[in-house]
Design a protein around this ligand. Structure first.
Ligand code: S3P
Length: 168
């Protein structure tokens, strides 16, 4: 069994929901890189982007990922942009089993609409256009994962079952 599992994927692909359920199922600890960043910086992600900018956020994100990558028996969920840095992709590949979650742009829009606090989507009037553009910019960056699982129109249970099947 893998010591560490990383969940990667675009915003709204279900990383937190699946990660929590998976950690529970495997009896592993659960860590979310965004939550760790909030704890460390003492402010919400949107505030951090606004006050210190995206480049600073990416630095903290890399530092947090490097700490989480040493923890035993853990499911680690990451922000959608963690794959932008090649060093992060390499670190995850070397320190655990990487699961990428995917979803259709329509489904992603439906999910992220529920929570407009994400800084990269905040000021956008046409959410669908923005999501499609960002997805295009990040095309291929999630492909290094050991496993890619589609989450559109699927239950959490069936997603977890597919991941578990591939782990054993
Ligand atoms: C980001 C995704 C967010 C968060 C930040 C930046 C991104 O996490 O890390 O807003 O660049 O895709 P989620 O993928 O959990 O929404």
């Amino acid at each position: 069994m893998q010591e560490r599992l990383f969940l990667i994927g675009f915003m709204g692909t279900g990383k937190t929901t699946v990660g929590l359920a998976l950690a529970n199922e495997l009896k592993y600890a659960f860590y979310d890189s965004d939550q760790e960043i909030v704890k460390r910086e003492g402010m919400e992600i949107s505030q951090l982007f606004a006050s210190k900018g995206e480049a600073y956020f990416r630095q903290v994100e890399a530092a947090v990922l490097s700490e989480l990558s040493r923890l035993p028996k853990s499911v680690i969920t990451t922000g959608g942009g963690v794959v932008l840095k090649q060093a992060n992709r390499q670190l995850m590949q070397q320190s655990g089993y990487v699961v990428a979650l995917s979803a259709s742009p329509e489904e992603i829009v439906r999910r992220v609409e529920q929570d407009r606090s994400r800084p990269l989507l905040q000021s956008e009037s046409d959410l669908k256009e923005r999501v499609t553009e960002l997805m295009r910019k990040r095309a291929g960056l999630y492909d290094f994962a050991n496993l890619t699982v589609a989450t559109t129109d699927r239950s959490v249970e069936s997603i977890i079952a597919e991941i578990k099947q591939n782990l054993s």
